[in-house]
Design a protein around this ligand. Structure first.
Ligand SMILES: Nc1ncnc2c1ncn2[C@@H]1O[C@H](COP(=O)(O)OP(=O)(O)OP(=O)(O)O)[C@@H](O)[C@H]1O
Ligand SMILES: [Mg+2]
Length: 367
């Protein structure tokens, strides 16, 4: 890509010669004859590198340097000094000039100075990406340790109640304690599965699948739970959707989480007389491979968490939830270049919509 550079000097001849050399070196060159003009061009073109003379009328190089650095600390500003300008050059160090070169400027010095400036720009970009990653890893770990602490708390509480039950020979306590432990064990299992998928999401095992299959599998798997909880679990599949390439385990896991969330939301809603239902629907919208809709008439999503529902370990379920479900679901869907979003309100319930793209033609389809 062509790098943009702004050169500033009040001596027209020098400016012209420099502009020619820099254009030859492959730069997109802007020129200005004083600091004020330079600042205007800087605001319009935001060049990553500026090379400026120090002594100029109207606004000198040091003032320009200061103003540029205030607005954009990452811009590389190279100061061009004449002989005997050492004091001013040192002063510009205070304002974080990147480099100095002394006139007359040879092509060789010009090239090396600019190469160094470009290396610094690349390095800064890499550093930014790296610290960004680091921040998100730390964030994930914090969420994870919180989740583990919640589960450990559940186990501890459960053991306490169970021990009391044994000590006092109270069957009710024993059962209660055991139930708490059982729930925590279930959570440990869910969490390890979630982490496994989280780690695995990059190693997809894509196969040619019937897009209705994951919806049917999840329906069969969760039908008994729904029946037990008095929820009408419905499945409506559009027939004859063209097979697609995707990771069936991954998509199963996403739908499983959406349907369990829907069942949880129904369990959390106040029990009015209304009929309680969850539906799984498949369709084939134009331009997409398949659309899954998982809808419920449960509690609706709490407003406070709507904008971070897909974030790491966001859960309103205390010891019952790890909050890894939607984070992982989104990751798997996006990994498939698909989309996921929701519509939700506290009275009508929630619908999650997932779309997967149409598959690109594959070599093994040519027969
Ligand atoms: N259908 C829904 N209705 C209402 N709230 C929902 C629904 N789906 C998700 N939520 C909210 O989003 C939160 C995050 O869901 P997510 O699946 O990521 O975690 P979780 O269900 O709490 O735990 P788990 O990791 O066990 O799935 C839930 O705690 C719940 O508050
Ligand atoms: Mg969940």
């Amino acid at each position: 890509m062509e790098e943009t550079i702004l050169i500033v000097d009040d001596e027209k001849d020098i400016l012209e010669v420099l502009a020619i050399s820099l254009t030859d070196l492959g730069y997109n060159v802007h020129t200005a004859e004083n600091g004020e003009d330079a600042l205007r061009i800087f605001r319009e073109a935001s060049p990553p590198i500026i090379m400026t003379d120090i002594r100029m009328p109207v606004m000198d190089g040091i003032e320009l340097l200061q103003k540029v650095k205030q607005q954009s600390p990452d811009t590389e500003v190279i100061m061009v000094t004449g002989h005997g300008d050492i004091d001013v050059a040192i002063e510009s160090l205070k304002y974080e000039a990147t480099d100095f070169i002394t006139k007359p400027i040879s092509d060789e010095i010009l090239e090396t100075t600019l190469r160094r400036a470009r290396e610094r720009i690349d390095l800064k970009a890499k550093l930014r990406a790296y610290t960004g990653n680091l921040e998100s890893i730390v964030h994930e770990l914090l969420g994870l340790s919180h989740t583990i602490k919640t589960i450990a708390g559940g186990l501890e509480g459960g053991s306490f109640v169970l021990e009391k039950g044994i000590e006092l020979d109270e069957k009710e306590y024993v059962l209660q304690g055991w139930e708490m432990i059982r729930m925590s064990v279930e959570k440990v299992k869910d969490l390890s599965l979630a982490l496994l998928h989280h780690a695995k999401a990059t190693h997809r095992n894509d196969q040619r699948c019937d897009p209705n299959q994951p919806a049917q599998d999840v329906f069969e798997l969760l039908k008994p739970r729904a029946e037990q909880e008095g929820v009408d679990l419905k499945l409506e599949c559009q027939r004859d959707i063209t097979p697609l390439y995707f990771d069936q385990d991954g998509i199963n896991c996403c739908l499983h989480n959406l349907v369990t969330n829907a069942l949880d939301a129904i369990a959390d809603a106040p029990r009015r007389d209304k009929k309680r239902w969850v539906s799984i629907k498949t369709a084939k919208p134009d331009g997409w491979g398949v659309e899954y809709r998982v809808a419920d008439n449960g509690s609706g999503i709490v407003d406070e968490i709507k904008d971070r529902i897909f974030a790491n370990f966001c859960s309103t379920k205390g010891a019952r939830g790890t909050g890894a479900g939607l984070m992982m679901t989104k990751r798997i869907i996006e990994d498939h270049k698909g989309l996921i979003w929701f519509e939700s309100n506290r009275s009508a319930g929630t619908t999650f919509i997932v779309r997967l793209p149409e598959s690109e033609p594959r070599i093994d389809d040519r027969h």
